[in-house]
Design a protein around this ligand. Structure first.
Ligand code: PHE
Length: 343
């Protein structure tokens, strides 16, 4: 090949490379094309062997021509990369635009779940009345949930509370009363505690949920009488439902209290006249209570000759339904925003 041949070959290669570079869409593709011409075994580089065979007087011109071709290709490569980068930037800007004039999202302020609100109100009332808060586990043993509370092994009273049994013999506590036993065994006397928490029973309808909340109360000292129980619960009812609210005691049965009483509060809707909510009785049942049974004291090593006490247990859902006018207990557990927002 002579010098003219080399020159026109170089021009041809440079045109070809510049043309190809103008059409590539990816950076990687551009690099491949560039290497095909300028790389170590690229087609421009290969022409160096031709240069070596040319007569000496042609070599400077040939060298210049090769450099020109290289620069043209390198220039086209650099320009194309810049274009591609610019195009990518523009695409991103287009896709990621923000309309800063759109109204913002309003942050929701939560006042807590209605059940938690009611629970906190009830706890505050009892704390003001001198009760400390104690807690116990939701997974219990038969001993704490039944046996130490004077439920005999095959006593039908166990069926009063359909129990969720675990495969290892333990159970989900059916009431907060096991905390009575736990505090009697762990605390010094006198004792004055409440114990709020979740309890579980196999039961589900408008007014029963398989999981619900109770607040247990326990007061033990020397010379505690039924009058103290009545006085305490009357005071509680006044603070919870308003001054002058009447309560009444109805004889009842619990294995762990003797005597036992169910406590009704004057209907907070009709104030005793009779309405749909109280089934025309004028009263609403709100809790179970009684004097601690001597057998329960003995199971926990407390001398029933010296000490006496009362206990009570109330349902938080029941009070929340009454005070918030909610007809279906399941509403509390569905987490429907439209329901929760109302509180
Ligand atoms: N544990 C009883 C229940 O769940 C309520 C109760 C507590 C009754 C304390 C008497 C004393 O129904």
């Amino acid at each position: 090949m002579d010098i003219q041949g080399l020159q026109s070959k170089l021009e041809e290669l440079a045109d070809e490379a510049v043309g190809k570079l103008a059409g590539v869409e990816q950076k990687e593709e551009a690099i491949q094309v560039k290497n095909r011409y300028l790389g170590r075994s690229g087609s421009v580089q290969e022409l160096m062997t031709v240069l070596r065979e040319l007569p000496n007087e042609d070599k400077p011109v040939a060298g210049q021509a090769i450099n020109q071709a290289k620069q043209a290709i390198q220039g086209a490569f650099d320009a194309r990369l810049k274009e591609l980068a610019q195009r990518e930037l523009e695409r991103k800007m287009r896709e990621e635009t923000l309309d800063v004039t759109l109204p913002g999202r309003k942050p929701e302020v939560s006042l807590g779940h209605p059940l938690r609100q009611v629970e906190n109100e009830l706890i505050a009332i009892f704390e003001e009345m001198g009760f400390a808060v104690a807690e116990g586990p939701e997974i219990e043993t038969d001993y704490f949930n039944f046996e130490a509370l004077n439920f005999p092994p095959d006593h039908p009273a166990r069926d009063m509370q359909d129990t969720f049994m675990l495969t290892d013999g333990r159970l989900l506590r059916t009431h907060t009363s096991p905390v009575q036993v736990r505090t009697m065994q762990a605390y010094e006397l006198p004792i004055q505690i409440i114990s709020p928490g979740r309890v579980y029973r196999c039961d589900s309808d408008l007014t029963h949920s398989p999981v619900f909340h109770q607040i247990e109360g326990l007061l033990i000292d020397e010379e505690v009488s039924m009058a103290d129980l009545k006085g305490t619960l009357t005071e509680f009812a006044q603070r919870c439902f308003g001054e002058g609210t009447q309560i009444r005691f109805r004889p009842s049965y619990f294995p762990f209290t003797e005597p036992s009483a169910e406590v009704d509060v004057e209907c907070i809707f009709c104030h005793g006249d009779g309405c749909r909510v109280c089934s025309d009785t004028g009263w609403l049942e709100i809790l179970g209570s009684g004097m601690v049974d001597p057998n329960v004291f003995e199971a926990s090593g407390i001398d029933p000759e010296r000490y006496s006490g009362f206990a009570f247990g109330l349902g938080v859902e029941r009070i929340a339904m009454l005070t918030r006018g909610i007809g279906d207990i399941r509403r509390f557990f569905e987490n429907d925003q439209r329901f929760l927002e109302q509180f």
